[in-house]
Design a protein. Structure first.
Length: 273
């Protein structure tokens, strides 16, 4: 009898331990990049990784241009309501420097209800709508009203879910999107990751639906192309400033600047391809 009571007590302790997931939830596994499923791709393993390795507040607390470059190679993670996780490597960004930047939503230091997130602590998401339809996502940095636009991702995990999200967000039926078409632009990125205005003002260091983890293969300075931003229009000298950054040779970048790449190669910064 003493042995039986001991076993019952151990069983009771295990059942009351909240760190053990419910058995029925274990069936929901995330798809790996290669398309297979395994216990290592379970959302529970990913969650543990997130708790131990997600990018913390110190990472985001740096000047805007520095943060825009530092984002390259890092991983954006989005957890969908059904538990699936989408992973994408950041390959293209744009820096918006705040008050002095004529192309920034916070130019002149003007703070509004729309751009409030740009004035919040570094690591805060700023999501805005364009053309009344599409969304773009930014991350606040050091500097009053400064933020970094996430322009393009290289999809790593959950590509089927990204395709479904892109398909449902587009009005006209089209052919199945190729991998490089899923997140190669700021609004496409938001569609593929299910990011809308509801994510505005969320904290990347605290949120359970979206966060970042360190990339495994971060680029060197010679791998980063600095060029002009896209869609700035008539903003004087600010339209020409090299505040867009992308990974050279990465096919998931939205717009490649071949002229700048040739100039960098001529200066010996890059090898010709």
């Amino acid at each position: 009898m003493p042995r039986k009571r001991k076993l019952l007590a151990q069983l009771s302790a295990l059942q009351s331990n909240s760190s053990f997931p419910q058995l029925d939830a274990l069936e929901n596994l995330s798809t790996t990049t290669g398309g297979g499923c395994s216990p290592k791709s379970s959302k529970y393993f990913v969650t543990e990784k997130k708790n131990s390795s997600q990018l913390e507040a110190d990472f985001f607390n740096q000047p805007c241009v520095s943060l825009a470059k530092s984002f390259l190679g890092q991983i954006l993670v989005r957890k969908l309501p059904d538990g699936r996780e989408l992973w994408g490597r950041i390959v293209e960004t744009e820096a918006y420097l705040g008050g002095e930047d004529e192309a920034s939503h916070s130019k002149g230091g003007k703070q509004t209800q729309r751009n409030a997130a740009m004035f919040m602590k570094p690591g805060t998401l700023y999501v805005y709508q364009i053309y009344g339809i599409y969304f773009c996502v930014n991350v606040s940095s050091q500097g009053e009203g400064a933020a970094v636009l996430l322009r393009s991702l290289e999809p790593l995990q959950g590509l089927d879910a990204m395709r479904e999200l892109r398909r449902t967000s587009r009005k006209a039926p089209t052919k199945q999107l190729k991998d490089w078409q899923l997140c190669n632009g700021p609004s496409r990125l938001c569609q593929a990751f299910g990011i809308d205005k509801a994510f505005d003002q969320r904290d990347l260091t605290q949120d359970t639906d979206v966060w970042m983890v360190p990339g495994q293969d971060l680029p060197g300075e010679e791998d980063v192309v600095a060029t002009t931003r896209i869609g700035i229009g008539n903003r004087g000298e600010w339209a020409q400033k090299p505040l867009r950054f992308y990974l050279r040779g990465n096919k998931f970048v939205s717009v490649v600047d071949k002229k700048t790449e040739r100039e960098m190669a001529a200066r010996g910064h890059l090898s010709c391809s």
